[in-house]
Design a protein around this ligand. Structure first.
Ligand code: NAP
Ligand code: MG
Length: 470
């Protein structure tokens, strides 16, 4: 069991020449990490490649036990991990935030360990017999983002290890210490070199990882822009890819809802992790009949939710993780204000304050073509668009390049299902937004990426299908 200062001692660079990781609530330096050189990255990949055959030769039951032991180790140091995550990412300890994220790591490891992988008998008749098996790929390169840095890393690590691959993991620059700590905890129980973290900055280490001829598959979660670079880089070695990219999820509220009943779920669908969630509700379309009441109820909920430093137990919303993200949100809201949209709540950040706090912001009566609507804000500012015609609003929801998630809100399930069937998105939630389950496939349509994570689909995605014929 580790304390949070013990964990930091394990992962910080003592020389003081590394890259400082900043607390986004205070601007203070938490500690520094030393980015790897490209040569060191290649050495790490070599070690993972050397460790892979022995890992693959373990029985499936043995690998499943290792996943459970890694989950046990995370559970024992859960509070220390949550504290470090809260300081570096900014998300509060409480609410669906840091403790929840560490708990999610444990839950995903255990569910991945428990998923059965049946041999599929495709043909078995007088013409012969053909079975599908799923073999290890080799080394998986994992590249994770800064919004849910521990949990998304686990989404990449857990299925890869289960299927007999070893993993080289590149954390996002601004949440490197949290991910190094998670990996250090897991490596107290995993065999050597089965899981190696490779810190880097500015994309250099990530790019070299994707281009390595010894990496068979890359699991990437991050922006669509970087995803496109990875697709190009994957061409040289025909490297397999799972891409979980950006999102700009629409929520469509039908006129038959009770605004007071749905307000809280609407709020958390949009503001979970202070809006820094790939599949958060990022544009809310509300029918004219109930528009004003939905805005009122949502405002009542939003105004009461405390935002502040993550280590303060009272808070459930935090700062933006980095200044660049603060600036994006600020610019999009300023543009909306200039367009004549109505600020119902927030929209008035203190730009000189320490920390990257952007207040909870609701923007009503906004033109559907405004940048805050059509660009991914990835922060605590929700545009609420008025609509009257269902066909029109479905057209608007489907008009963007993104297609990660969407939601339909109505007590009439069959009506909601009709709308859902017309939305282009990897997941459509009914009367909620953004909930994930370790056994339910998750991924995007269109430029939100390709491939699916979680459950049996997710395991198959980090394996090479092999037919045994005869
Ligand atoms: P990002 O800028 O794309 O960075 C993601 C990761 O890619 C980081 O580890 C980054 O390393 C690395 N990277 C940068 N350039 C690279 C290159 N040329 N080759 C290989 N790797 C490279 O994304 P972010 O700002 O961290 O995350 C926010 C975005 O992620 C949002 O668009 C959000 O919607 C998306 N996201 C999607 C999902 C999903 O499941 N679909 C989940 C979470 C987030 P460095 O930090 O060292 O540059
Ligand atoms: Mg980035």
């Amino acid at each position: 069991m580790f304390t949070s200062s013990h964990l930091l001692d394990l992962v910080v660079d003592e020389t003081g020449r590394g890259i400082a990781s900043l607390d986004p609530a205070t601007g203070e330096t938490i500690g520094s990490f030393r980015p790897m050189t490209v040569a060191e990255l290649h050495e790490s990949v070599d070690r993972a490649a050397q460790a892979q055959p022995a890992w693959a030769s373990l029985s499936d039951a043995e690998r499943r036990r290792f996943l459970h032991r890694a989950a046990d180790a995370i559970e024992e140091s859960a509070e220390a991990l949550a504290e470090l995550l809260s300081r570096e990412q900014g998300k509060p300890l409480n609410g669906p935030n840091a403790r929840f994220e560490v708990g999610g790591c444990v839950a995903w490891l255990r569910a991945t360990a428990e998923t059965e992988i049946p041999v599929e008998v495709i043909v078995d008749d007088e013409t012969g017999r053909a079975e599908m098996h799923y073999r290890p790929l080799g080394v998986v390169g994992a590249i994770s983002p800064w919004n849910w840095p521990m949990m998304i890393s686990i989404w990449q690590i857990a299925p890869s290890l289960r299927m007999g691959n070893t993993v080289v993991l590149k954390p996002a620059e601004t949440t490197t210490l949290s991910v190094l700590a998670l990996v250090a905890v897991m490596n107290t129980v995993l065999p050597e070199d089965v899981l190696i973290a490779v810190p880097g900055s500015g994309g250099t280490v990530g790019d070299a990882l994707v281009r390595s001829p010894k990496v068979s598959k890359v699991m990437f979660t991050g922006s669509t822009a970087v995803g496109k670079k990875i697709i190009e880089a994957s061409a040289a070695n025909v490297t397999r890819l799972t891409l979980e990219l950006g999102g700009n999820d629409a929520g469509i509220v039908l006129p038959d809802v009770d605004p007071a009943v749905i307000a809280e779920d609407l709020f958390w669908g949009a503001f979970i992790n202070t809006g820094q969630t790939c599949a958060a509700l990022k544009r809310l379309y509300v029918h004219d009949d109930i528009y004003d009441r939905v805005v009122d109820e949502l405002t009542k909920v939003a105004a009461a939710v405390p935002m502040g430093r993550g280590l303060d137990e009272a808070n459930v919303l935090g700062p933006l993780q980095n200044r660049a993200q603060f600036t994006i949100v600020d610019e999009l809201v300023e543009a909306a204000k200039a367009s004549g949209a109505r600020v119902v709540l927030g929209g008035d950040p203190d730009r000189d304050a320490v920390g990257n706090f952007y207040p909870t912001t609701l923007i009503a009566d906004i033109d559907p073509r405004e940048r805050l609507v059509v660009e991914e804000q990835f922060g605590p500012a929700l545009p609420i668009i008025r609509y009257t015609d269902l066909d029109d609003v479905i057209g608007l929801a489907n008009a963007l390049e993104y297609g990660l998630g969407a939601s339909v809100w109505s007590p009439d399930r069959s009506r909601a299902l009709e709308v859902a069937a017309r939305l282009t998105a990897g997941t459509v939630w009914i009367n909620s937004h953004g909930g994930l389950h370790p056994l339910v496939p998750f991924g995007g349509a269109k430029q939100s990426g390709y491939g699916r994570e979680f459950g049996l689909e997710g395991l198959k995605a980090v394996a090479e299908p092999q037919v045994i014929s005869g």
